[in-house]
Write a protein that binds this ligand. Structure first.
Ligand code: PGA
Length: 248
């Protein structure tokens, strides 16, 4: 089963319209011949300027979050229509930083994921265990629970991109080994097969995220179940192009 690899950046709360546009201009010629899909998920306020900067390139612009309601009294939130107005294709949902610092739960991740799908965009839905959970031997249990709740009621799971991001590997410089990432992502695929159907699971793009960089991307991308990466720190510099060109 052919799955097209997908490398996405997650700028988090970094860059400005000026520095972001400069980076996109520098990245564009370096990633233009990529064999994978390429996206940069950026702070909401930067979406208009980054969309403009990425015009005519193969870099899609994504968002870092989205509310599940179409509109209303939700101060500080962003709606699907606001994103779609700028041609946003991808929305990161349930990043561990949102779960850890902003009260995101599996229930709200589920609502957001379904809203992104209903709006015709692609959620990059993040799941992952903490160090304590990995060391406690409950990684599979944690991921199963996240998948079960986060994907509940999703009609077509093949339209969801899953990002497996072990919390202990995010921003720490401590990457999962190729084997750890492969083993866990294979488990996630198996679990999706059980929750939906094995054939659907074979079509789902599953990314690895957590200190993925120019040095370790080749080994991770060589794993049969790893279809891409969600890149934080390394997406703020030209290293992102090296990751996108992991197979060159
Ligand atoms: P990192 O972040 O690459 O800086 O570890 C990844 C992420 O949080 O998506």
């Amino acid at each position: 089963m052919e799955r097209k690899p997908f490398i996405a950046g997650n700028w988090k709360m970094n860059m400005t319209a000026e520095s972001g546009a400069k980076l996109i201009k520098e990245l564009a010629p370096l990633v233009k011949d990529a064999d994978c899909d390429v996206a940069l998920c950026v702070p909401a306020i930067l979406i208009p300027a980054m969309t403009e900067a990425a015009k005519g390139t193969n870099i899609a612009i994504g968002a870092e979050n989205m509310h599940w309601e179409p509109k209303g009294a939700y101060t500080g939130e962003i709606s699907a229509d606001m994103l779609k107005e700028y041609g946003v294709k991808y929305v990161i949902i349930g990043h561990s930083e949102r779960r850890q610092y902003f009260g995101e739960t599996d229930e709200t991740v589920n609502k957001r994921t379904k809203a992104v799908l209903a709006a015709g965009m692609t959620p990059i839905m993040c799941i992952g265990e903490t160090l304590e959970q990995r060391e406690g031997g409950i990684t599979e249990e944690v991921l199963s629970k996240q998948l079960g709740t986060d994907l509940a009621g999703v009609e077509d799971v093949t339209k969801v991109v899953i990002a497996y991001e072990p919390v202990w590997a995010i921003g720490t410089g401590r990457t999962a080994t190729d084997e750890q990432a492969q083993e866990t992502i294979a488990f996630i695929r198996k679990k999706i097969g059980e929750l939906f159907c094995p054939k659907c699971a074979e079509k789902v793009i599953i990314q690895y995220g957590g200190s993925m960089n120019a040095g370790n991307c080749k080994g991770l991308m060589a794993q049969p179940d790893i279809d891409g990466g969600l890149i934080g720190g390394a997406s703020l510099k030209l290293d992102f192009a090296t990751i996108v060109n992991y197979n060159k």
